[in-house]
Design a protein around this ligand. Structure first.
Ligand code: SF4
Ligand code: SF4
Length: 220
């Protein structure tokens, strides 16, 4: 595998309007890092693309994925370097994109274990792989296999399982992780006591709390 040239710098956002200025994040391009035909993509409702207003953001996400695919270690070294330099209390993976493969998740785990002073979080639909699609024909229990497994979850990593109306949640994930619900009026599984997103992460921090309630994103 060829090494990337040093001029290719991983783009890390120091914050944005929703997250506030003190929660940095690193993102990947939507759709191509998501499982084939995740329902948000196939229904033309990817909310990341909807909110991507600037070409510079598209380029940044693409460059990040390009660096990762060419040299995964370089990608994660740069993320680690940013964290060591800036020492954020909270960090988010994937305002855009998703966990593309097991190697990527394993490197997230390593990073979390090395940077214990930072709390990490991501939401994911990476469980919606080919095994999941097969399982959906008779969704009892959980799919027998999964392309990306969260066997090890460090204490400072919070994983939130992102759902979609009409798509079942594997029971083992339901048992282990909080769930993010999209409330567009179609999903009658949404719990009454779920936490409604406040759209201001640095004042809320709900999604970084281990064992927190499910989070509900209301779509108007
Ligand atoms: S999983 Fe997220 S980034 Fe991927 S298509 Fe769906 S909304 Fe977009
Ligand atoms: S619930 Fe809170 S922490 Fe989670 S996405 Fe919404 S504002 Fe951010």
């Amino acid at each position: 595998m060829s090494k990337v040239q040093k001029k290719e710098i991983v783009s890390i956002s120091p914050g944005n309007v929703k997250m506030g200025n003190d929660i940095p994040s690193v993102s990947l391009p939507p759709i191509i890092t998501c499982q084939d035909m995740v329902p948000c993509a196939s229904e033309g409702l990817c909310y990341v693309i909807k909110n991507m207003k600037y070409q510079v953001v598209v380029n940044a996400y693409s460059r990040n994925y390009n660096i990762y695919t060419k040299d995964p270690e370089e990608f994660f070294n740069q993320v680690k370097g940013y964290i060591m330099l800036n020492r954020p209390q909270y960090f988010r993976f994937h305002v855009g994109g998703d966990v593309p493969c097991q190697d990527y998740y394993d490197r997230i785990v390593k990073l979390c274990e090395e940077q214990k002073d930072t709390e990490f979080m991501f939401m994911t639909k990476c469980y919606m792989d080919d095994h999941y699609k097969e399982w959906m024909k008779n969704p009892v229990g959980s799919p027998a296999e999964r392309d990306i497994n969260f066997d090890v979850v460090p204490d400072n990593l919070n994983i939130i399982i992102s759902t979609w109306p009409g798509h079942p949640i594997p029971q083992d994930l339901r048992d282990r992780f909080p769930v993010a619900w999209l409330d567009d009026g179609r999903d009658n599984r949404i719990p009454d006591d779920g936490y409604i997103c406040k759209n201001k992460c640095n004042e809320c921090l709900h999604c970084w709390k281990k064992g927190g309630k499910d989070v509900i994103f209301k779509i108007h």
